[in-house]
Design a protein around this ligand. Structure first.
Ligand code: C5P
Length: 236
C-alpha cells in the first residue's frame, strides 16, 4: 500500500463547513476520512454524501454496540450510504458481529456495490489497565485485546481497531489479511491529548497496522496539509 492509502484523517469537528473545509484542503493527499459520532450527530447522513461527492472514502466510526438485530439494521443503513469502512464494538459479542457482517454482505450484494469492511473496536485507545479494572475486566490489556480480536475474526469480521501497542501481537496471531486500524497515533511533535497507548506513525506501520487514524495532530494544526505531509513522510 502507498503511504497515502494508509492514512485516515478523523474529522472530529461539529459542522459541515469545518468538515468540508478540511476535506477540500486535504483531499489531494488523504483518500479516506473518518466520520465519528460528533460530526454524524451534528450533520446527519448528508455529510457522508457530501464528502463522497469530493471523491473520498468514508470510515463511519459509530461503534455500534446493541442487540444483534439493531446493529445489523444500522449496519445495513451504513452500507446504503456507501461507506468504505464501518465499525462495531467487539464487546457486543459474537452473535452481534456475525449477524452484522452477514447483513452487510447481503445488502452490498443486493446493491451491487463493494462490501464495506466491517471492523470491531477491541479496547478504546484512551483506556489503560486501570480503566479496564474499574469496569470489571481483570485480564491484562494484551490478553483482553487479543481475546476480542480473535472473537471478531471468528465472527468473520474483516479486522479490528486496536491501539499501536497491540498491533504487533494481533498481526502475528491473526495473520496478514486481517485489517488493523490504529488510532492513538502521535508523531513526536504532537501532544498525546487523552490517548494513553500511543505510538508514532512509523512505529504503528512497522508493527503491522494496515491503516492509521490521526485526528487532532492534523485537524487542530495551524497548517493541516503541512502536518499531513509530515505524517505521510514518516509512514513512507
Ligand atoms: O485526535 P485523535 O488522533 O486522538 O483521534 C483519534 C480518533 O480515533 C478519534 O476520532 C477517536 O474517536 C477514534 N478512536 C480511538 N480509539 C479507538 C477507536 C476510535 O481513538 N479505539
Amino acid at each position: 500500500m502507498m503511504p497515502k492509502e494508509r492514512l485516515i484523517v478523523a474529522l472530529d469537528v461539529d459542522t459541515k463547513e469545518k468538515a468540508l473545509g478540511l476535506v477540500e484542503k486535504l483531499k489531494a493527499e488523504v483518500k479516506i476520512f473518518k466520520i465519528g459520532s460528533e460530526l454524524f450527530t451534528s450533520c446527519g447522513p448528508d455529510i457522508v454524501a457530501a464528502i463522497k461527492a469530493k471523491g473520498c472514502g468514508i470510515f463511519l466510526d459509530l461503534k455500534f454496540h446493541d442487540i444483534p438485530n439493531t446493529v445489523a439494521k444500522s449496519a445495513i443503513a451504513a452500507t446504503r450510504l456507501g461507506v468504505t469502512i464501518l465499525n462495531v464494538h467487539a464487546l457486543g459479542g459474537y452473535d452481534m458481529m456475525k449477524k452484522c457482517i452477514e447483513a452487510v454482505a447481503l445488502e452490498a450484494k443486493a446493491l451491487k456495490i463493494t462490501k464495506p469492511h466491517v471492523i470491531a473496536v477491541t479496547v478504546l485507545t484512551s483506556m489503560d489497565e486501570n480503566s479496564l479494572k474499574k469496569i470489571g475486566i481483570n485480564d491484562n490489556m494484551e490478553k483482553q485485546v487479543l481475546k476480542l480480536a480473535k472473537l471478531a475474526k471468528d465472527a468473520s469480521l474483516d479486522g479490528v481497531v486496536a491501539s499501536p501497542s497491540e498491533v504487533k501481537l494481533i498481526r502475528r496471531e491473526l495473520g496478514e489479511e486481517f485489517i488493523i486500524v490504529t488510532p492513538g497515533v502521535r508523531p513526536g511533535w504532537a501532544a498525546a491529548d487523552d490517548q494513553k497507548r500511543i505510538a508514532t506513525p512509523k512505529e504503528a506501520v512497522l508493527n503491522g497496522a494496515t491503516y492509521i487514524v490521526v485526528g487532532r495532530p492534523i485537524v487542530e494544526a495551524s497548517d493541516p496539509m503541512a502536518a499531513t505531509k509530515k505524517i505521510l513522510e514518516e509512514i513512507k
